[in-house]
Ligand binder design. Structure first.
Ligand code: PLP
Length: 397
């Protein structure tokens, strides 16, 4: 049996250093709780960065995975499988979309969106219409296409040249988008609620304005709901309250209960331009991941479940606003459902570490925003405990 230090030593020796990890080793999870190798319990308000929406080891997800792995684990996309077809039906029936493409991660779902948008534009207007408009603060992933749409110097700079034709407008500033849009614009991509960018919601007016601009210009509107989608904001889709639908939407993190999966949803008009061979993936949507996703989507899409998320959101917001009254470092509390950002006047790293020391996992979104992404199954007692620990943790700033 390896002890905590030995595991950390193995990681340091053998895993390439792309992550700065916490100083403990997580071993087990159950519901909203995680346990490290020393037996210490942590209330998980990170959820694998918005992945574990149903918490850890949810019985319905465990059952779906266990039953499926014994029946059919993997076959190529050369063949039909039951879980994939059923999942596609569920996603399409619950959204604006007519068709879905499956992949294995958020960044892959954005790569697929880029390719499908280009194919649509080429089919309708010719190959010169191949550029994208992205927005300040956006995060769309780290593969080279998605990275080109993620306007952060420290992510992009070491890997240039990136995909050409990515222009950056200002989030929630329609005029800045209009100024960049021209006959070469194939699509605009936007997160209805930015997660990594600091928990910033697009206004309904901005989304409607983007829709109108795209329609007038013959461009597609792409929503990236990889982090904010599937119940996180208290509605099934984060864009739902705006009433403005996209042509393409990406999903990933929470969909398969912790197994890797991404989805690119699209209208029939986009799907009509795609042919066999245009895109593909060996693993997606593998029968095991698809079975897990059928269970996850079935639970999250229930109206009573989403109502629970909205109720928790209101409770958490009230508690965070109360903390703002007593902690001068807190500048703003913002979010919806169960994604919240607490913007401070200083770097939040010490508060994140102080919370972990007290048994609460939270994360940052940029240097000054402390982000909360609890499992959507939390209850009042968990929020009370988290708020008590945060009260202490903000004292560290
Ligand atoms: C909005 C958004 N899009 C895309 C991604 C990339 O997802 P992945 O890390 O699964 O590639 C992320 C990851 O944080 C995200 O938040």
């Amino acid at each position: 049996m390896l002890d905590t230090q030995q595991i950390k030593d193995l990681d340091a020796q053998y895993v390439v250093h792309t992550y700065n990890r916490a100083p403990f080793v997580l071993e087990r999870g159950e519901g909203v709780w995680l346990y490290d190798t020393e037996g210490k319990a942590y209330l998980d308000f990170v959820s694998g960065i918005a992945v574990n929406a149903l918490g850890h080891a949810h019985p319905a997800v465990v059952q779906a995975i266990v039953e499926q792995v014994g029946r059919l684990d993997h076959v190529s996309n050369l063949y039909h499988t039951v879980p994939q077809a059923r999942l596609a039906q569920m996603l399409v029936e619950a959204s604006f979309a007519d068709k879905v493409f499956f992949c294995n991660s958020g960044t892959e779902s954005v790569e697929a969106a880029i390719k499908f948008a280009r194919k649509w534009a080429r089919a309708n207007y010719g190959s010169e219409k191949n550029e994208f408009i992205t927005l300040s603060g956006a995060f769309h992933g780290r593969t080279l296409g998605a990275l080109a749409l993620t306007p952060r110097e420290h992510y992009q700079e070491p890997f240039r040249p990136l995909m050409p034709g990515a222009k950056v407008a200002t989030f929630n500033d329609l005029a800045s988008v209009e100024a960049l849009m021209d006959e070469h614009t194939c699509a605009v991509i936007v997160e209805p609620l930015q997660g990594e960018g600091g928990v910033n919601a697009a206004t309904p007016e901005f989304l409607q304005g983007l829709r109108d601009l795209c329609d007038r210009n013959g461009s597609l509107l792409i929503y990236d709901e990889v982090q904010c989608g599937l119940g996180r904001t208290g509605t099934l889709w984060a864009h739902e309250p705006s009433g403005v639908t996209p042509d393409i939407m990406t999903l990933a993190k929470p969909i398969a209960g912790g197994l890797p999966m991404g989805c690119t949803l699209m209208t029939q008009a986009v799907a009509d331009t795609i042919e066999p061979g245009d895109h593909g993936s060996t693993f997606a949507a593998n029968p095991i991941a698809a079975s897990a996703a059928v269970a996850v989507v079935g639970i999250i899409s229930q109206p009573s479940f989403l109502e629970h998320v909205r109720w928790c959101g209101g409770y958490l917001e009230a508690g965070l606003l109360k903390l703002q009254e007593t902690h001068d470092c807190i500048q703003q509390v913002r979010g919806r459902g169960l994604i919240w950002g607490v913007e401070c006047n200083t770097a939040v790293g010490p508060a994140v570490n102080a919370a972990a020391a007290e048994g609460l996992l939270v994360l940052n979104a940029g240097a000054n925003v402390l982000r909360l992404l609890p499992p959507l199954i939390i209850e009042q007692e968990h929020m009370d405990r988290a708020l008590t620990i945060l009260d202490q943790a903000f004292g560290a700033l």
